[in-house]
Design a protein around this ligand. Structure first.
Ligand code: NAD
Length: 327
């Protein structure tokens, strides 16, 4: 009998991914519909050849060291700030993510948040449900327009560009910031103009963040950055919470340095700053950027294919973020 590779799945994923995996590997699935405790992860990973983890599983050197036979760490997300990639690379373990398949879905949520913040959709819904709607009124729930406004995109990668594509349909002026200016072709394709971060913050009516969380982007948006923004501007974050200094954001909102914010991600998830909840001009969603049925199935199939490529086909995982491990 041929022994099948053992894989730990830290939380149940959409069924098509599970079915594909179960054809090829011996799958241990966390039985709880809750994040796996650190202790259980360390115990569970010990005899496994692969682990499929989530963005809220901290896979650090201690977890990696506990797994003497580990050959792949497959993250069910495009961001991978939850994994100590350096420690994995040291052990020649490929780390994979799920790029591309969630781009459009996350861009859709970003645009929904832009519109919700500007047009007070959540606020208005709450008002109506509370029985306060007494008829059309000239000054009822006045928000701000989105069309013809300036959209500042921090991080013009896959999701940033997909947001720009949508903004074109709203006749927005698109400006972007990247550490290195992009080619003329890309700028032309998205009608996007390059700006320094400071200029982007000064000129934008909506600032939207689409960069990875790494050491250099931690608290990238803090006191100085909010002070540069227009009093009428909104900030939208669907990237990672710690990129924005949340305490300073609360202060900026309270002191009306900016008009409002829409956040899908938080600095200490799942904890959310109490004051952010209390402030009315915020739209807050529970990290649902990629949460469409279609996209979550694509992500599940993608992680499954990465695991199978390494553990079953003894090849390279198609979405490896540390390809050095194959050298
Ligand atoms: P990507 O790699 O295609 O794009 C990221 C871009 O940011 C790149 O172009 C990169 O050059 C740029 N960048 C890096 N550091 C920067 C900096 N300091 N300033 C400006 N630009 C910088 O990634 P993507 O697929 O577009 O995803 C972006 C991020 O969105 C992911 O890292 C992930 O954390 C987050 N995300 C969140 C959700 C969600 O559920 N809310 C869903 C998908 C992705």
């Amino acid at each position: 009998m041929v022994l099948r590779p053992k894989v730990l799945l830290t939380r149940r994923l959409p069924q098509p991914g599970i079915e594909l995996l179960e054809k090829h590997v011996d799958l241990s699935i966390n039985p709880l519909d809750a994040p796996m405790s650190r202790q259980n992860m360390i115990m569970g990973i010990k005899d496994k050849g692969g682990v499929i983890c989530l963005l809220n599983d901290r896979v650090d050197a201690k977890v990696i060291d506990a797994a003497k036979h580990l050959k792949i760490i497959a993250n069910y997300a495009v961001g991978y700030n939850n994994i100590d990639v350096q420690a994995a690379t040291k052990r020649k373990i490929p780390v994979t993510n799920t790029p591309g398949v969630l781009t459009e879905t996350t861009a859709n949520l970003t645009f929904a948040l832009i519109l919700s913040a500007a047009r007070r959709i959540v606020d208005a819904d709450r008002y109506l449900r509370e029985g306060k709607f007494k008829g059309w009124a000239p000054m009822l729930m006045l928000g701000n327009d989105v069309y013809n406004k300036t959209l500042g995109i921090i991080g013009f990668g896959r999701i940033g560009r997909a947001v720009a594509q949508r903004a074109k349909g709203f006749h927005m002026k698109i400006i972007y910031y990247e550490p290195v200016r992009l080619s003329h072709e890309i700028e032309k394709k998205y009608s996007a103009e390059y700006k320094s971060l400071d200029d982007l913050l000064k000129e934008s009516d909506f600032v939207t963040i689409h960069i990875p969380l790494v050491e250099s982007t931690y608290h990238l948006i803090s006191g100085k950055e909010f002070s540069l923004m227009k009093e009428t501007a909104y900030i939208i974050n669907t990237a990672r919470g710690p990129i924005v200094d949340e305490k300073v954001l609360v202060k900026a909102l309270k002191e009306r340095m900016i008009a409002g914010c829409a956040l899908d991600v938080f600095e200490r998830e799942p904890e959310v700053e109490k004051e952010l909840i209390a402030i009315p001009n915020t739209v807050l969603t529970p990290h649902i950027g990629s949460a469409s049925i279609e996209t979550r199935i694509k992500m599940a199939l993608m992680v499954a294919k990465n695991v199978i490529a390494v553990l079953v086909q003894n090849g390279r995982a198609p979405n490896t973020i540390n390809p050095k491990v194959y050298e």
